[in-house]
Design a protein around this ligand. Structure first.
Ligand code: MG
Length: 280
């Protein structure tokens, strides 16, 4: 099943996507972490409140993840295009939660770092229940589903410090969506992933090129710490990021990025100049 969030009377509502319709679910929860933690059977929550999907204002399927974890250099061809060794241990970093936006929302080209903004199309895991010490062969049990994430990266800031966080967490640099496909629906390790910028194909790979697969990643992370329901894990990007084209093809205002993953859907976001706002 495909599970989305959308706005109904300015309030977030969790819903299922069935064909070209969006079917509201009977739940008091407005965001995915609380909804998943409640442990309900999604099939039992379908209501008669059905609307055209085309008219829905979709929100990120997980609006406020307890954590956003990400894996670097996790596709062989991407490690090779950057001249990097294929890692023997997963390269883990975090993205700050403020970066989350939904489908259709604008990715900012920051005024303070306008020249090295890049896309990274990725398969993302959504954790379904609180867990620790999950062996690889039981990881399926705690994964609620999968979604599409754009791990937008500011390359000069990313490279300026080894933790990468300051290049990975700018406001709006974590688009997620358009919805979550429940884990019973897809094999995460046999999916086509295609990233387009303005209709030009930039990344085109299958998830079977992952070095550490989704279940390896869950085992590795949960060995160290508890994973909470709603945690999002971006599993790495394939070859074809803008930085490694010759010449480089960095994002600029006016571009549109679309990432399609087979069995899930297409996440599309416009790229816009950072608005003139200052909070202080
Ligand atoms: Mg990435």
């Amino acid at each position: 099943m495909l599970i989305a969030r959308h706005l109904v009377n300015d309030t977030p509502q969790i819903a299922a996507i069935i064909g070209d319709e969006i079917v509201n679910l009977s739940t008091p929860h407005q965001d995915m972490p609380e909804f998943l933690a409640s442990g309900v059977e999604i099939d039992t929550l379908l209501t008669d409140d059905v609307r055209p999907l085309a008219e829905a204002k979709l929100l990120p399927p997980v609006g406020a993840p307890p954590a956003i974890l990400a894996v670097g250099l996790n596709y062989r061809a991407h490690a090779e295009e950057g001249g990097r060794e294929v890692p023997s241990t997963p390269v883990i970093f975090t993205k700050h939660h403020n970066c989350v936006i939904g489908p259709g929302d604008g990715i900012h080209i920051p005024r303070a770092a306008p020249d090295k903004v890049d896309y990274e199309g990725e398969l993302a895991i959504v954790i379904g229940k609180r867990c620790r010490h999950v062996p690889k062969d039981r990881a399926r049990e705690i994964i609620a589903g999968y979604t599409v994430m754009n791990d937008v990266s500011v390359r000069d800031w990313q490279r300026a410090s080894p933790t990468m966080l300051m290049g990975k967490s700018w406001d709006t640099h974590g688009p997620i969506g358009p919805w979550m496909a429940t884990s019973d629906q897809i094999d995460p390790h046999n999916l086509q992933l295609t990233t387009r910028v303005n209709d030009e194909i930039r990344q085109n790979s299958r998830t079977d090129d992952l070095i550490f697969d989704c279940f390896d990643i869950v085992e590795h992370l949960s060995t160290a710490f508890t994973l909470e329901a709603g945690t999002v894990i971006a599993t790495g990007t394939p070859a074809g990021v803008g930085l490694y084209w010759d010449p480089p093809k960095m994002l600029k205002a006016g571009d549109e990025v679309s990432i399609t993953i087979e069995g899930i859907g297409t996440l599309t976001n416009p790229v816009i100049a950072e608005p003139e706002t200052r909070l202080i």
